[in-house]
Ligand binder design. Structure first.
Ligand code: SAH
Ligand code: DHB
Ligand code: MG
Length: 220
């Protein structure tokens, strides 16, 4: 594990994956006593590159926390792009709004407060334009439901990325009593089998320990 952390530090340094705005976002999150579970800088950069490679103009994020991943995603957008990010906790959303404003992203990023399932239903009801990219990173029990809503808010070619889909390897325990593990297991099964997507999962190690990300392409 020491080596995982040292290599992540090395990569952050090598690729220049930190800056004043990101550091201030983390500092405000620490000051607010929020859990330090934001994506690693290397995953933040991956999300940013993925969005730019797609030419994404509309991005949906489920699970905002203090807006660290939101900053990486919103920075990939053109000036008239849109990030909609969904957060249950008003306290988290307020810190995130401050962090996004400091990052100069207040005009492109909208934080919606409430249970993600309700916010997702509202987006469908509003008949919003499909999103080009979706990042799922909220409560793990909700992942299967969030995937279903995300598909309704997608178009062929939309890329869906999901965090924490390996969970230290716990996902191979079919009998796990942890509802979060069961949520992720169900999510991964749908990604693997559903004809609406082609997908894979990459295992990751680093500052967040041993975990993984799913990447899915929505088919036509
Ligand atoms: N994407 C963030 C980290 C998100 S942590 C980053 O990398 O910077 C998960 C977030 O999901 C927490 O802020 C938590 O409050 C939120 N969350 C938990 N349950 C939720 C729900 N039902 N609906 C919306 N957000 C939820
Ligand atoms: C937790 C949630 C996350 O999204 C994450 O990346 C790491 C940990 C958690 O709820 O513990
Ligand atoms: Mg996560």
């Amino acid at each position: 594990m020491d080596r995982w952390y040292a290599v992540d530090d090395h990569l952050v340094d090598l690729f220049g994956l930190d800056d004043d705005v990101l550091r201030a976002a983390v500092a405000d999150s620490v000051a607010a006593g929020m859990p330090q579970i934001q994506v690693s800088a290397t995953l933040g950069r991956f999300l940013n590159l993925q969005a730019r490679a797609l030419g994404a103009r509309r991005i949906l994020e489920i699970g905002t926390l203090a807006g660290y991943s939101s900053i990486w995603l919103a920075r990939a957008l053109p000036a008239d792009g849109r990030l909609v990010t969904l957060e249950l906790e008003l306290r988290h959303a307020e810190v995130a709004r401050g962090n996004l404003a400091r990052a100069g992203l207040a005009a492109v990023a909208e934080v919606r407060v409430g249970p993600a399932a309700a916010s997702l239903a509202a987006l469908v009801a509003e008949k919003v334009q499909p999103f080009d990219m979706v990042f799922i990173d909220a409560d793990k029990d909700g992942y299967p439901d969030y995937l279903e809503w995300s598909l309704r808010l997608s178009r062929p070619g939309t890329v869906i990325v999901a965090d924490n889909v390996v969970r230290g390897g716990a996902i191979i325990d079919a009998d796990s009593a942890d509802s979060r593990v069961q949520g992720i297991r169900r999510f991964n099964e749908i990604l693997a089998r559903d004809p609406r997507v082609d997908a894979t999962i990459l295992q990751t190690v680093g500052t967040k320990g041993y975990d993984g990300i799913a990447v899915a392409l929505v088919l036509g």
